[in-house]
Design a protein around this ligand. Structure first.
Ligand SMILES: O=C(O)[C@H](O)[C@@H](O)[C@H](O)[C@H](O)COP(=O)(O)O
Length: 256
């Protein structure tokens, strides 16, 4: 079962998230001497930055071992205001101390912005190279997925009721009709998410309470976030604040 930890502030949430990330990082070091992480857009990069740029994190993040991928990305240039890479750069990468080692960041190939299928194929090929796996049966196992939860229960660019939820073979898929703008994007598919070693959702604010109620109390609705919970079980932890779970019956209540 997915675990949920609720915090009283963004700062305590970020500190809890940092411990989780460090645990995943250290496990990844033992496993293959690198840390392969996929990050989402939305509010995730700023809370991630709060966690990993904190004083508490100093000296503990092995940046030169990090390989950062995108759980989903918008089909826009990297310096466009809608770019998830651009957001991560602004919130986190640009704030790393100049003399600190830098993570490797694997972006989309913007030569293919006009053809989302090709854009997805190219990103999948990048994953094939990094994960050294060529068959479509064994999916790449990210050490950590850092996910957001949309107000409709979407995660990555996997939206409720969308055909993409039924993708089995591709690792990365295009979407041209995302209900959340911009419409053209690429996203990791559910089977890739299900193959991850660990995952964390971050959801904050009262605006998330209604959808979290459905995600946890009515998983049969099949919202994308519920599907991730069902696929990853105890490998997924939700980092939420109190307003986000107000009135929600969620598993293993723990409050900090
Ligand atoms: O690129 C995107 O649009 C995101 O990856 C998306 O899946 C996001 O994570 C959720 O919409 C939650 O966003 P918030 O954290 O801002 O609510």
């Amino acid at each position: 079962m997915a675990q949920v930890v609720s915090y009283s502030s963004k700062e305590t949430l970020a500190s809890g998230l940092l411990s989780f990330i460090l645990d995943c990082q250290n496990h990844a070091m033992n496993r293959h001497d690198r840390f392969q992480v996929a990050v989402s857009g939305g509010s995730l990069p700023s809370i991630l930055a709060l966690a990993v740029l904190s004083e508490e994190a100093e000296g503990k993040i092995l940046w030169d071992k990090w390989q950062i991928f995108f759980a989903d990305e918008r089909a826009v240039p990297l310096d466009h205001e809608d770019s998830n890479y651009g957001l991560l750069k602004k919130e986190l990468l640009d704030k790393l101390p100049e003399d600190a080692p830098k993570p490797e960041v694997i972006t989309i190939d913007t030569d293919f912005l006009d053809d989302t299928q090709e854009l997805a194929d190219q990103y999948e090929q990048a994953l094939v190279n990094y994960f050294a796996r060529k068959d479509s049966v064994k999916k790449p196992a990210f050490d950590l997925l850092l996910l957001g939860c949309g107000p409709d229960g979407h995660t990555c660019s996997l939206f409720p009721g969308h055909d993409l939820l039924r993708e089995v073979d591709p690792w990365v898929a295009p979407i041209e009709d995302s209900p959340k703008p911009p419409p053209k994007r690429i996203t990791l598919t559910l089977p890739v998410i299900a193959a991850a070693i660990r995952a964390a959702f971050v959801a904050t604010g009262a605006g998330k309470a209604e959808i979290l109620k459905t995600i946890f109390e009515d998983p049969g609705e099949g919202l994308p976030c519920s599907l991730v919970n069902a696929a990853l079980n105890e490998k997924v932890t939700w980092f939420v604040d109190h307003p986000a779970v107000e009135g929600v019956n969620y598993p293993r209540r723990a409050s900090l």
